[in-house]
Design a protein around this ligand. Structure first.
Ligand code: BEZ
Length: 249
C-alpha cells in the first residue's frame, strides 16, 4: 500500500464512479439505526456519509492521509482516522465492517481478514467489494507490453478468485453467506479517461521512469487498448469485482 501519493482532487473530480458503484453495496450492508459500522478504506468519505445518513454510527478509516483530510473537510461531523488495516486495534467492536474498492491494494489479506474478525462483535457482518481474479487484466498486460522489460512491471494488487477468498475467510472462522465475481466494464470521463485512470491508480507502476517516457508509454497503452476498451468516444476499464458477505459466527 502506498500512503500519501493519493491525489484526493483527481479522485473526487474524475473518479466519482468508485463510490457511485459502491452505493448498491450499501444495500447489501443494510445498515440499521444505532448500529456501529467501520468503513474500511473510506477514501474521501462519500459512502461513509451515506451509511451515517441511515442512522448508523460510522467511523471511516483510510491509509492515505490526503484522503482522510479531504473526507474530514467534506463531512466535518463524521469520524475519520488514518489507519493501516493490517495493524490497528479498536477499543470498541463493530456490528459491521464495510469496504468498497480497497482490499485489492493490500497484499497481506490474511492480516486484514484477522483484523476484520477482531473488529467485529460476535454475529457481526463483513461486507466488501474489490477487484477479483482477472481484474484490469487488459490494462496490466498493455502496460507491461509498452514498457521495457528492465522496468519489470509487476502486478502489485491482490485479485483473488472467489474460492481463494472464501477459503481465507472460512479459515479465519467466518461463515461466508454470499460471494460473487462479475465483470463491470466501467466508463471513464473524456478522451483522457484512460490516461487519468493510469495516473490516479497505476502511476506507481511507472515510478522511476522519466516523465517524458511515461507520457509515451501511456500513449502506447492507449494505442494497444483502443480496439478493446474505447467505444464511441468513451474509454472503459475492464474491472472484475468480487462481492462477499461473511458473518462472524
Ligand atoms: C479496482 O479494481 O477498483 C482497482 C484495481 C486496481 C487499481 C485501481 C482500482
Amino acid at each position: 500500500m502506498l500512503q500519501n501519493r493519493w491525489d484526493a482532487a483527481l479522485y473526487e473530480n474524475k473518479h466519482s464512479f468508485v463510490w457511485q458503484y459502491g452505493e448498491n453495496l450499501i444495500a447489501l450492508l443494510s445498515p440499521q439505526q444505532g448500529e456501529s459500522i467501520l468503513d474500511l478504506g473510506c477514501g474521501t468519505g462519500q459512502l461513509t456519509q451515506q451509511i451515517a445518513a441511515t442512522g448508523a454510527e460510522v467511523i471511516g478509516i483510510d491509509y492515505a492521509t490526503s484522503m482522510i483530510e479531504q473526507a474530514q473537510k467534506n463531512y466535518p461531523n463524521l469520524k475519520f482516522t488514518v489507519a493501516d488495516a493490517r495493524n490497528i486495534e479498536f477499543s470498541q467492536a463493530f456490528d459491521a465492517v464495510f469496504s468498497n474498492a480497497v482490499l485489492h491494494w493490500i497484499q497481506q489479506p490474511e492480516q486484514v481478514v484477522k483484523f476484520i474478525w477482531q473488529a467485529l462483535k460476535p454475529g457481526g457482518r463483513f461486507i466488501a467489494e474489490f477487484g477479483g481474479k482477472g481484474n484490469i487484466q487488459l490494462i496490466v498486460e498493455a502496460l507491461s507490453q509498452a514498457t521495457e522489460p528492465s522496468f519489470n512491471i509487476r502486478n502489485p494488487w491482490y485479485f483473488p478468485s472467489i474460492g481463494e477468498y472464501a477459503t481465507l475467510l472460512e479459515e479465519q472462522g467466518f461463515c461466508v453467506t454470499y460471494a460473487t465475481l462479475f465483470e463491470r466494464l466501467t466508463p471513464l470521463q473524456g478522451e483522457a479517461g484512460l490516461a487519468n485512470w493510469i495516473q490516479m491508480f497505476a502511476s506507481h507502476l511507472l515510478s522511476g521512469i522519466p516523465s517524458d517516457q511515461q507520457v509515451e508509454i501511456i500513449g502506447d497503452v492507449e494505442q494497444r487498448l483502443r480496439s478493446r476498451l474505447y467505444r464511441d468516444g468513451v474509454w472503459f476499464v475492464d474491472y472484475k469485482r468480487i462481492r462477499v458477505m461473511a458473518i462472524k459466527d
